[in-house]
Design a protein around this ligand. Structure first.
Ligand SMILES: NC(=O)C1=CN([C@@H]2O[C@H](COP(=O)(O)OP(=O)(O)OC[C@H]3O[C@@H](n4cnc5c(N)ncnc54)[C@H](O)[C@@H]3O)[C@@H](O)[C@H]2O)[C@@H](O)CC1
Ligand SMILES: [K+]
Length: 508
């Protein structure tokens, strides 16, 4: 499913109206009709007047159309104009005149305190994708009043006061019960905090053809089953062929864990197995490998010479490169720690191995401090990086808040510049590929904010790479499966807070 920015939506609108020739008023009629239907569902059975808060742009125009259809369906409606209706232009002015000829009750907001008694619900048609910056008065005051009313709020296209492109909110922002996204969902509805303020998001068709989005070059998508099967061509993901053996499904080498964080390796190795790989080898410094004997009976265990120190710093990178020969994917990083010269170790793996590579956790911090990383040769096999916002900030030499302010573009720019597939973790994980495509993952829950969940994700992605998926497909599908397993795990427990990383593996 397409996810658009405000500017992209304008391009799609323009293409639909000017090139395809569907009149703007037809789109507005369809939009208002769809909003009214959502309103009938949301406000069903509530007695009282529906307040339609109307701004002066096309978002307000949609609200005025919806007001008309709600009245036909038997609802009492009152329009509250955010500013003098005489200032409306274009389609919104046409709707204003229709509302006026129909005698729909209205008032122009005068900045006073609204007495919400007698009202049953609010439609927020103040600002949409044409909004710029923080809501001005009287919009800001109306937003504040609506939020204080305690009434259910239906937002048209976007909660007014939300940045359509990033999901960041201005000081005044509608807290909606439901948002009807017109034609396509918007980036701001798919990233936090916008995703929370939007309430339940319903995407409604208003007559804009999918073709218009394709032609406008939309490259951001929400991951859903149809996308997984059609666009990412994963019809047969996790399929097993009757005439197959364990070698058919790839061999993952998991280099993860250290003395104080052996669990990270354990979780990654188990997740790689559950991800469907036929074979998994878990490698540790010799002295650490021995106590792990039998911990994951399905995986093979390998030890690398470590001068009996039980420490990655004593391991030769070339030995790991040798072990990776013939493997179908290498996961490096979870719980591995940091040591002197570790960046050189990472570079040896980067250049010396020819299988797909997943870098997570400490490996990302090694990469972040590698001053010459930009000059490292592009690998022939895919690289997938799985940073959380803190690791991403280190990779980009910026701050967590700067990363979070626009996760989609931060991820897209990094992947395009470096040629890797980037998985920017956090609620609504963003996956960016080197070609400029971005996939947003809707699965998962707050219970997954628990130690080891990232190790599990890295293991799943490595597993899918070993089974032959390309970088972006493995990352998108892996993230989706990880989140769905987390959702099933949360549903099986009384409290999502009690979720552990091991539960995610059990539900894969
Ligand atoms: N073009 C079309 O035919 C379609 C438009 N649609 C609707 O149109 C909306 C976009 O319409 P517009 O581009 O007219 O823009 P909006 O209706 O989002 O708002 C723009 C208006 O608000 C004012 N404004 C901008 N920033 C403001 C701020 N910070 N505080 C207060 N006022 C501000 C501007 O002067 C402008 O008049 C979409 O969100 C959607 O609801 C949909 O009906 C789909 C079809
Ligand atoms: K709105």
């Amino acid at each position: 499913m397409f996810v658009v920015s405000a500017e992209e939506m304008r391009r799609v609108d323009l293409h639909t109206i000017q090139t395809i020739g569907i009149p703007a008023l037809v789109l507005m009629e369809n939009a208002g009709r769809a909003v009214a239907e959502e309103g009938m569902e949301l406000f069903d059975g509530r007695r009282g007047v529906l307040a339609v808060l109307a701004g002066k742009g096309n978002n307000g125009g949609d609200g005025l159309v919806a007001a008309r259809h709600l009245i036909e369906a038997g609802y009492d409606v009152k329009i509250i104009y955010a500013e003098a209706p005489e200032s409306f232009r274009g389609e919104a002015a046409i709707q204003r005149d229709i509302a006026s000829r129909l005698g729909i009750p209205y008032e122009v907001y005068d900045s006073s305190v609204i007495d919400w008694r007698g009202y049953s619900g609010i439609m927020d048609a103040l600002l949409g994708t044409g909004s710029r910056g923080a809501p001005r008065e009287a919009y800001a005051a109306l937003i504040g009043q609506a939020n204080l009313s305690g009434l259910p709020i239906l937002s048209v296209d976007l909660p007014s006061g939300l940045d359509a492109d990033t999901g960041q909110v201005f000081d005044s922002c509608i807290r909606a019960t439901r948002t009807v996204a017109l034609a396509f969902t918007k980036r701001g509805l798919e990233q936090y905090p916008g995703a929370e303020l939007a309430g339940e998001v319903k995407v409604r068709y208003i007559g804009i053809p999918q073709k218009a989005a394709v032609e406008a070059g939309i490259r951001t998508f929400r991951i859903e089953e149809p996308l997984l099967s059609r666009q990412l061509r994963l019809e047969d993901y996790r399929l097993r062929w009757a005439d197959s053996h364990k070698g058919t499904y790839g061999h993952v080498l998991v280099a993860a864990g250290s003395r104080s964080m052996s669990g990270a390796g354990l979780l990654s190795a188990k997740a790689a197995l559950r991800g469907g790989s036929g074979l998994v080898t878990w490698v540790l410094p010799d002295r650490l490998a021995e106590p792990m004997f039998g911990q994951v009976p399905e995986a093979m265990l390998a030890g690398l010479a470590d001068e009996q120190r039980g420490d990655w710093s004593a391991v030769r990178a070339d030995d790991l490169v040798q072990l990776a020969v013939g493997k179908d994917a290498l996961l490096f990083g979870p719980g591995i720690g940091r040591w002197a010269q570790d960046t050189a170790f990472l570079r040896t793996l980067w250049e010396g191995t020819d299988c797909p590579l997943v870098l997570d956790a400490d490996a990302l911090n090694m990469l972040a401090v590698a001053e010459d990383a930009a000059a490292w040769p592009r690998r022939g096999a895919p690289v997938v990086l799985t940073p959380h916002p803190g690791e991403m900030a280190r990779l980009t030499g910026s701050t967590v808040s700067a990363v979070q302010r626009d996760r989609i573009e931060t991820a897209r720019r990094y992947a395009a510049r470096t040629g890797v597939t980037l998985v920017l973790k956090g609620a609504r994980t963003v996956i960016a590929d080197p070609d400029g495509n971005v996939y947003i993952n809707p699965t998962g829950n707050a219970g997954m904010a628990t130690g080891g969940a990232g190790d599990v994700l890295a293991g799943i992605i490595a597993s899918l790479l070993a089974q032959g998926w390309h970088g972006p497909e493995a990352a998108a599908l892996g993230t989706y499966l990880h989140g769905s397993a987390g959702d099933r795990a949360a549903a099986s427990r009384e409290l999502p807070a009690s979720l552990t990383a091991g539960d995610i593996i059990d539900h894969l």
